[in-house]
Design a protein around this ligand. Structure first.
Ligand code: CDP
Length: 784
């Protein structure tokens, strides 16, 4: 494997020896909504129109009269079975169906099961709920005020404060700020947004009373973790629960939590003895399932006059809605937000985060992000631009002056992480050259002289992906390892099963490529399966770009275990000592006589027919990989925008993305990941916001208000990469899926602010809609 090959059409060398092997492997061919079972019935949810109200009563008799309706399930029914509340992934609890009061608009209050979808919907409309409205809190700052109504009456603590968390050295950081030549401070809100996957959530729960086994087809990013949670909540043994996650139409973190719809469907199937299907509607997905971000951030930098950044100080308030349901490793209440020192070599840093309950939907999920890394990256890359503005320094020069130098890796940050490898200046130089930075600066000067608005925005992000290690990272106590099981059949064909779960990232293709490279077997002879807890080995699932760093590593190690056994069989077949063999050009060859060789196909047949004495038959292995560290991908994105003074509309003229994810397995897949994530970053920067009015009514709960960019709005991207392998990953790969969403919002925003900076504008909160730009220009006295 060489860097040149890795940059070829197919990435890893052997796996694309044959051109036809460079194809994409198809998925499973069906989604949850395609599942049709005999006797299946349908579930519809009744949702609260109020954001905060006491339940005075629920009248179900009219619903039960609707033809086809089989049952109505309420919170009281669940309470009888001890299932009215369920644990969240952040050590809180969440209502499954409301019993006493509702805490956000769209909250699940009851469920109707019927013979058809339509009858279920009619039944849900006929359920009468009597509410008494309560005062609503949608602002997290207001939620922490002394006289704010206490939302969570079930908790001992009678306030809306959830947690306080901090990292770094407060005193040492304060001391630097006290004596620094220059300091800057910036408030910024990373707004509430939503992953809005193409496929909403769905499940089919199928209780088999004969075998006493529950099978749940479900849109799950983490089938094994979900099985364990179901076992804990329902009290069923795990081997009596099977989760099948078929093709998933996009997850982006939205399909990591367990939602009430899944739990109520399982209860309904147990109650009726029939399969029950729940398919979420779009507005339900946008208004009740895991939102992202909603971080209210205050950042400060201390620097010398000549632009050496010395320290970072951050204070943040996170809005979590009424249940603290963020999907993140247990020991990290603010996720990996302490990656916010970014790509810079600082003397010290201090960060503190508080969480607040409000009457908005619960969530705080890692939307294409490794647990608050997007917020962290936006914060540092935005604040560095604010400092550049204060110092009157070129933002590229300021960044370069402060990057962690390549010879400083492994690099321990003041906030507690140890970066594995990096060459930040290398990625930036490539991006500057690709975008034609010097020429752009000249052009900008000329345009500014003519009163035209053109901006250049840079973001040089550092990511952190690949949770574990297990001792540091766990989900509900389960350490975050991941797994692969490899079996080579006598004919040399391979079946591999992995603990992670693709939602369109193409693991069937890329993991087959890792095996092809390690085993010398063509990628077309390898099948990769996942997403069925009855067959796949236990794993913690796919989110936060952990698949390649953790399960990808398990795949390489499992293949190497197989190869170790294969070497013994090869020695037996070639009648030489094991030590006389070397693995070269995808075969075991006798040292000094390379023509005497056995390929994996030769060895596979012998493994079932002719093993040396004392060795058991078969050729298979499993690996549960606990990574020694996370991987730290990075990159530089540069965006060029033009702004129309008359309307405030901004358009992206050029966008250059240079990523470094270590060894690349499949450049086509990586390119696809980058394009998708950049488009999400563009949408967040320009048009996406889940907002609420003072009564807690959601605005942004449908696609008329929550905008998804189409091909018309989406900019063109020029992508390239540098390759700095991870020193601890078996094949040197780092994750990549999150990088573009993490790194790009700052590039878009920095470009818009750069265009407006001659008029004294230093910051505008996302989404930067044209009316906000128009207003900023008018406030600065600029006419269109
Ligand atoms: O966990 P998730 O699959 O979302 O993220 P990832 O590990 O970053 O991988 C996304 C896709 O890109 C997978 O198919 C990876 O195998 C592929 N990839 C790659 O080809 N080379 C890399 N260095 C990293 C990821």
């Amino acid at each position: 494997m060489s860097a040149t090959k890795a940059q070829d059409i197919g990435g890893l060398g052997h796996s694309v020896r044959r051109k036809e092997d460079a194809r994409f492997v198809r998925g499973k061919g069906h989604y949850v909504d395609d599942v049709k079972l005999k006797g299946m019935c349908y579930l519809a949810l009744v949702r609260s129109p109020y954001a905060h109200a006491r339940l005075k009563g629920i009248e179900t008799s009219a619903a039960l009269q609707v033809p086809g309706v089989l049952a109505v399930i309420t919170g009281a029914d669940l309470a009888e079975a001890g299932l009215a509340w369920m644990p969240t992934l952040s050590h809180d609890q969440q209502m499954v169906l409301a019993t006493d009061k509702v805490l956000f608009q769209g909250q699940e209050v009851a469920a109707v099961v019927a013979e058809s979808r339509f009858a279920a919907a009619d039944g849900a409309a006929a359920v009468r709920v009597d509410y008494e409205e309560l005062p609503v809190v949608v602002d997290p700052h207001a939620a922490l005020e002394k006289d704010a109504p206490v939302l969570r009456e079930d908790r001992d603590e009678k306030s809306n404060h959830i947690f306080h968390w901090e990292a770094g050295d407060r005193a040492a950081t304060d001391a630097i700020f006290d004596e620094a030549d220059v300091t800057v401070a910036q408030d910024m809100v990373y707004q509430r947004c939503h992953p809005a996957p193409l496929e909403c959530c769905a499940c089919v729960a199928d209780w088999d009373p004969v075998n006493e086994k529950m099978t749940i087809y479900m849109t799950s990013q983490a089938p094994h973790a979900h099985r364990t949670l179901f076992a804990l909540v329902a009290g069923l043994p795990e081997h009596k629960i099977r989760i099948i996650s078929p093709d998933v139409g996009g997850g982006f973190g939205n399909k990591v939590p367990i939602y009430p719809g899944y739990v109520v469907s399982a209860v309904a199937s147990l109650k009726l003895g029939r399969p029950v299907k729940w398919t979420e509607e779009r507005s339900g997905n946008l208004s009740s399932t895991g939102f992202a971000r909603d971080y209210h951030m205050h950042a400060e930098l201390a620097a010398t006059k000549d632009g050496t950044i010395r320290a970072l100080r951050v204070k943040t308030l996170g809005d979590h809605g009424p249940f603290y349901a963020a999907a993140q490793p247990s020991k990290f209440p603010a996720g990996f937000y302490n990656i916010c020192s970014g790509s810079y070599d600082l003397e010290n840093a201090f960060v503190e985060v508080d969480g607040a309950y409000t009457n908005k939907a619960p969530g705080g999920i890692a939307y294409r992000c490794s647990f608050r890394v997007t917020e962290a990256s936006f914060l540092i890359e935005r604040t560095v631009d604010v400092l550049a503005d204060e110092l009157g320094m070129d933002p590229a020069e300021l960044r370069k002056k402060n990057f962690i130098a390549p010879d400083k890796f492994p690099y321990a940050t003041p906030l507690g992480w140890t970066y594995d490898s990096g060459d930040y200046a290398g990625a930036m130089d490539k991006a500057l050259q690709m975008v034609g930075y010097e020429d752009l600066l000249k052009e900008q000067e000329e345009k500014r002289a003519r009163g035209e608005l053109m901006g250049i925005g840079i973001s040089s992000f550092t990511e952190i992906v690949g949770a574990g290690p297990g001792k540091q990272c766990d989900i509900v106590g389960i350490e975050m390892f991941d797994s692969c099981e490899v079996r080579i059949h006598p004919t040399g064909k391979v079946l591999a099963r992995i603990g992670v779960q693709t939602q369109g990232q193409g693991h069937e293709t890329t993991f087959a490529q890792i095996l092809a490279e390690e085993l010398g077997i063509p990628v077309g002879d390898i099948t990769v399966e996942h997403g069925d807890t009855d067959t796949a080995p236990y794993g913690l699932g796919t989110y936060a770009s952990r698949s390649t760093p953790v399960a990808g590593a398990a795949t390489a190690v499992a293949a190497r275990k197989v190869r170790a056994k294969a070497q013994k069989i090869a020695a037996h077949l070639l009648e030489v000592d094991e030590a006389d063999l070397e693995w070269k050009d995808y075969a075991f060859r006798v040292k000094g006589a390379p023509d005497q060789a056995k390929t994996m196909a030769d060895i596979a047949f012998a493994a079932y027919t002719n093993v040396p004495e004392g060795l058991e038959a078969g050729l298979e292995a499993v690996d549960y990989y606990d990574p020694p560290n996370m991987t730290y991908p990075f990159g530089t994105y540069i965006c060029v925008v033009d702004i129309d003074k008359g309307t405030g509309d901004w358009t992206v003229r050029k966008f250059v993305a240079v990523d470094d994810c270590g060894t690349v397995i499949n450049p086509m897949v990586v390119e696809g990941q980058i394009h998708g994530g950049l488009t999400e970053g563009f949408a967040i920067s320009k048009m996406q916001l889940i907002d609420y009015d003072e009564q807690g009514n959601i605005t942004g709960g449908n696609f008329m208000e929550y905008l998804i960019p189409t091909a018309v709005e989406t900019p063109h991207y020029d992508t390239d990469r540098t390759v700095t392998p991870s020193p601890h990953h078996p094949i040197g790969a780092k994750g990549v899926g999150e990088s573009p969403n993490v790194g790009s919002p700052a590039a878009f925003v920095n470009a818009v602010i750069d265009a407006l900076s001659p008029y004294g504008v230093r910051h505008i909160d996302m989404p930067i809609t044209s009316d906000k730009v128009w207003k900023a220009l008018r406030d600065a006295g600029v006419e269109g």
